[in-house]
Design a protein. Structure first.
Length: 443
């Protein structure tokens, strides 16, 4: 009897066998921002590529606490397929490979709820207009003890040499694992909050940058486990601590060069670059439900947290929602904008798609660059972004801008999983909610 087609020892399978891989995970990130996976023995990699592994449509509306949101037309009936590419498989631990997956229907077309496919379409839309984007992410996280408390009980020194050297074994494991998996880490350091760390990822094309966010969470989570700890990417890991962001940096270029440098606008911003910034800011009220829509998000979006809780932009202004970083010898990647309000509960594919889509919308509609806020936005009259989750979700769900940039099915799904959180946790004490959800976004 001939061997099954999916058992054929392809080049990718042979390469992975040489690296000691025995099982391969393919993951998707759902609308609640949680990454979920299926595995196959390495010899079935070809089947994972060609036909995919089955997933109920309800996967897309699983909630952060394992509940399932109620969305008309999305349930347990029907079947979708998670498909990966063997070329994308990385070795993430002994015997285990991982690749980012897409969500497809039975005929092989991307599902309307496939967030990776949506970002790919935005990337293609930029290219059609002669634009290219480079995207980099900064990931903040908090180390926890194996029992879920603080990983250390000593006095914490923000950015301190002592506090980082105390965790040098963990940091070394992160760097070694990142190099093995091909994850580009540019910088890592202790942060302001107790047991808080930040990792800056190298800029890449949009889809690759979102894949890197998922891979970075895997690398950080696995390294923490090896050191007897867990790690939280939640907006806050403890109710009274500093918050964790998931900032996204974007630079845009056309045939003439960067849009954010070389022009006659403020800090060299070209008119198209100003329109892109204007588009990002104009869409913010409609998109907070995506960028920072968890029941935990408002605990981070407070003045003084450097969370970007004000609807404005400014040069190196860490309290502005959009921080502008000018091109200079100290900035080898060139001028870019950072959207600071994004947190770790946001699906990274959707967050990047929304940011790029709103920038492109601003260019297409010829938006003006708003006046720059040069001081503290809270004392400069810049409007604070809303934090009432019910109002945020009402705006997000009814917004024509959200539907245009994300599609109506994705807007409905995101709103549903966040309303589930609001219904089940909105009236509980903050400390209780944080304890229940702090590990939901850990890989």
């Amino acid at each position: 009897m001939a061997a099954p087609a999916d058992a054929a020892d392809t080049g990718a399978i042979a390469r992975l066998r040489e690296q000691g891989v025995e099982i391969v995970a393919g993951s998707i990130t759902d609308l609640a921002g949680v990454t979920r996976a299926k595995y196959v023995p390495v010899q079935r990699l070809t089947a994972f590529e060609r036909s995919g592994m089955g997933a109920s449509p309800s996967w897309s509306v699983f909630c952060a606490d394992t509940g399932i949101a109620s969305v008309p037309g999305i349930g347990v009936v029907g079947d979708l397929r998670i498909r990966i590419s063997g070329d994308d498989v990385r070795v993430i631990s002994d015997g285990v490979g991982w690749a980012p997956g897409g969500l497809f229907d039975q005929s092989g077309q991307p599902s309307p709820l496939c967030t990776r496919a949506l970002l790919a379409r935005v990337e293609a839309a930029l290219a059609e207009r002669g634009l290219s984007a480079r995207v980099g992410a900064e990931i903040e996280c908090t180390l926890l003890s194996g029992q879920g408390g603080h990983a250390s009980d000593e006095t914490w020194t923000p950015y301190g040499l002592r506090t980082s050297l105390d965790r040098s074994g963990f940091l070394l494991d992160v760097v070694r694992d990142a190099e093995r998996t091909g994850l580009g880490i540019e910088q890592l350091h202790t942060e302001y909050g107790h047991d808080q760390f930040e990792v800056s990822l190298a800029p890449d094309s949009p889809v690759a940058a979102a894949d890197a966010v998922v891979l970075a969470r895997i690398v950080l989570s696995r390294a923490a486990r090896r050191h007897g700890m867990t790690i939280s990417f939640a907006p806050v890991a403890f109710a009274d601590d500093a918050g964790n962001g998931a900032h996204v940096h974007v630079s845009l270029s056309d045939a003439e060069g960067p849009l954010l440098a070389g022009g006659d606008g403020p800090h060299g911003i070209r008119s198209a670059g100003g329109a892109a910034i204007g588009g990002i800011l104009a869409a913010l009220p409609d998109l907070i439900g995506l960028y920072a829509g968890s029941v935990l998000s408002a605990l981070r979006l407070k003045p003084g947290n450097w969370a970007g809780g004000s609807a404005c932009w400014g040069l190196e202004n860490r309290e502005a929602a959009v921080r502008f970083i000018a091109g200079s010898p100290a900035n080898p990647h060139g001028a870019n904008v950072e959207l600071k309000i994004i947190d770790g509960t946001a699906n990274p594919y959707l967050a990047i798609a929304a940011m790029l889509g709103s920038a492109l919308r601003g260019i297409d509609l010829g938006f003006e660059l708003p006046p720059e806020v040069t001081g503290n936005p809270m004392t400069s009259g810049a409007p604070p972004l809303p934090t009432d989750l019910g109002d945020i979700l009402d705006t997000f769900e009814s917004s024509a801008v959200s539907a245009e940039l994300l599609s109506a099915p994705i807007v409905r799904g995101v709103a549903a999983v966040r309303r589930y959180e609001l219904y089940n946790y909105g009236d509980r004490p903050a400390a209780e909610v944080v304890e229940a959800l702090r590990l939901a976004w850990t890989c």
